[in-house]
Ligand binder design. Structure first.
Ligand SMILES: Cc1cc2nc3c(=O)[nH]c(=O)nc-3n(C[C@H](O)[C@H](O)[C@H](O)COP(=O)(O)OP(=O)(O)OC[C@H]3O[C@@H](n4cnc5c(N)ncnc54)[C@H](O)[C@@H]3O)c2cc1C
Length: 488
């Protein structure tokens, strides 16, 4: 594939020097502070090894579900643990209200299990009453009805025969010579261990890989991360009225002037100029991606707790804003907020290759490609600072690919350096901050999840480690699953 747009112009346009192209060495935000008055203690006890499987998967978000489906399609036996009471991660527990691009406008990039998920969502009404199969890019930007999405994932996973338990958390791993020996989990029945041939980290935060000793980066050079959002469900929306008033059907939802007015009128305690908005996901229901939680470390429960308290309060300000400034929203009620705080950015595990901005701008191809993706670089600013806000908006707008364009994702971005039997998938794969801003969205996570599941199954079948598998065999298996791999 050729270079699709002029890299130098692009870099200039988004206000980056060429020096910024080097992989950033972010300052790693410290792990949770210790109680310095007490020494660390040794915790030792006998626990049962309750599962021995080919593939252990931590986390059942879009990447974990895709990994399980792909591994099962190759007959691997799988055990998956999910901390919440359902699959879907940010799309269900986090109430993220819409899917980003599944396609490049021509090709279905999330081919294979992504397609299976998409089709099941379409057929069961998950995309809401406004789904239009005739619109040009019907594969992209569809809203999510979270309850429906839970059932889609439930059915796909149970049909594929993967073993799993909800309300079960990975809490630790032990490692010898770069190989994880056991994953330790906690659930209602207590602590137990899982022995697997390959361990796949789909936690979004890279918990498993980081706890196994993998290096990682987090945020920008100063350790600032993208703002999070406590997503929400709103009832009582008059969508016809909203549509007539031009409040729906445009992106960014035609609210910026009203938002500016409300900020000037003193409605908000935080003057946040970026409001993604409310998506139509039911006849009178909307899914809100509203408000930003700045300065949250999604790997520190204290930081998350503080943000949840703050954001639940702040949503009442947005309720007032919608009711008073936005036709069609006068009678809305806040029906629910996410069980999980929406976290956009935490660890990026360092793998054998770090997929980077240069690859993005060059629409790179790789010999070990496991998929291709194309979403814009969507980095939500880490503060309300006007310069940063504008820089990130510009980055988003200028990074948009043309129809048919995409960048390759090498298998090496899924293999954490120094670990023999661990793969990462989803939000925490090995990228720089820019590519993270693109690939972090759900269809992107399905692509890397599918590849990790297929690679894990192959390694288990060949009784080898993640680096010793034949990548050509992996690509063949991925193609059989339906992956979009034009270069393999
Ligand atoms: C506010 C917001 C808006 C977004 N908007 C969009 C959008 O418009 N379109 C789009 O496509 N994407 C969007 N995204 C991005 C997308 O939702 C996530 O990046 C994506 O879901 C990540 O997938 P994942 O599988 O890597 O992780 P997650 O979706 O985070 O799933 C991880 C799963 O692992 C579980 N887990 C974590 N740790 C453990 C553990 N130790 N033990 C057991 N289970 C564990 C969690 O409970 C969770 O279910 C948005 C994200 C946010 C936060």
């Amino acid at each position: 594939m050729n270079i699709k747009f002029n890299r130098r112009n692009f870099i200039k346009a988004i206000g980056l020097g060429t020096a910024s192209l080097a992989i950033q060495k972010s300052k790693v935000v410290g792990e949770v502070a210790h109680n310095k008055k007490q020494p660390d203690i040794l915790f030792q006890r006998k626990i049962p090894v309750r599962h021995e499987v080919d593939v252990f998967i931590a986390g059942g978000g879009p990447s974990g579900v895709a990994a399980a489906l792909a591994a099962r399609r190759q007959d691997a036996n799988v055990f998956l643990v999910e901390g919440q009471s359902f699959f879907g991660g940010m799309g269900t527990a986090g109430l993220v209200p819409s899917f980003s691009k599944f396609s490049d406008g021509i090709n279905f990039l999330a081919g294979g299990v992504g397609r299976q998920i998409y089709d099941r969502c379409r057929d069961t009404g998950v995309f809401g009453p406004d789904y239009n199969p005739d619109r040009k890019y019907r594969w992209d930007g569809n809203p999510i009805h979270a309850e429906g999405l839970k059932r889609v994932y439930d059915s796909l996973i149970t049909e594929c025969g993967a073993d799993f338990t909800f309300q079960t958390r990975l809490v630790a791993v032990n490692v010898e010579n770069g190989s994880v020996q056991y994953a330790f989990c906690h659930a209602k029945s207590g602590l137990f261990a899982v022995k697997a041939h390959i361990y796949v980290d789909c936690t979004g935060d890279g918990d498993l890989a980081a706890w196994a000793g993998a290096s990682f980066q987090k945020g920008d050079e100063q350790g600032n991360v993208q703002a999070g959002t406590l997503c929400s469900i709103w009832s009582g929306v008059d969508w016809d009225k909203a549509r007539k008033a031009g409040m729906y059907g445009k992106w960014p939802l035609g609210q910026s002037d009203k938002l500016k007015q409300a900020i000037n009128d003193g409605i908000f305690t935080v003057k946040d100029p970026h409001l993604p908005g409310i998506w139509l996901n039911g006849r009178t229901q909307g899914g809100g991606n509203i408000g930003h939680a700045f300065g949250v470390d999604g790997t520190d429960e204290r930081s998350i707790t503080k943000a949840l308290l703050q954001e639940r309060k702040k949503l009442l300000e947005y309720q007032r804003y919608y009711k008073e400034y936005n036709p069609g929203f006068e009678n809305i009620e806040l029906a629910a907020t996410g069980t999980l705080l929406g976290i956009r950015e935490t660890r990026r595990i360092i793998g054998d290759y770090v997929l980077n901005l240069e690859d993005y701008t060059n629409c790179a191809d790789f010999p070990d490609e496991i998929g291709r993706y194309n979403n814009e670089i969507d980095i939500h600013a880490s503060s309300v600072d006007a310069n940063e806000q504008q820089r990130m908006q510009k980055l988003f707008a200028k990074s948009s690919y043309k129809q048919g364009e995409s960048y390759g994702i090498p298998y090496r971005a899924l293999t954490p350096k120094g670990l023999e039997n661990v793969l990462v998938a989803g939000r925490c794969i090995s990228t720089d901050r820019y590519v993270h801003g693109s690939i972090r969205v759900m269809p992107g996570c399905m692509i890397t999840g599918q590849a990790a599941g297929a690679a894990a199954a192959l390694a288990a079948a060949k009784k080898t480690n993640t680096r010793a598998i034949n990548v050509k065999d992996l690509q063949k298996n991925l193609k059989n699953l339906g992956a979009f791999l034009p270069n393999a």
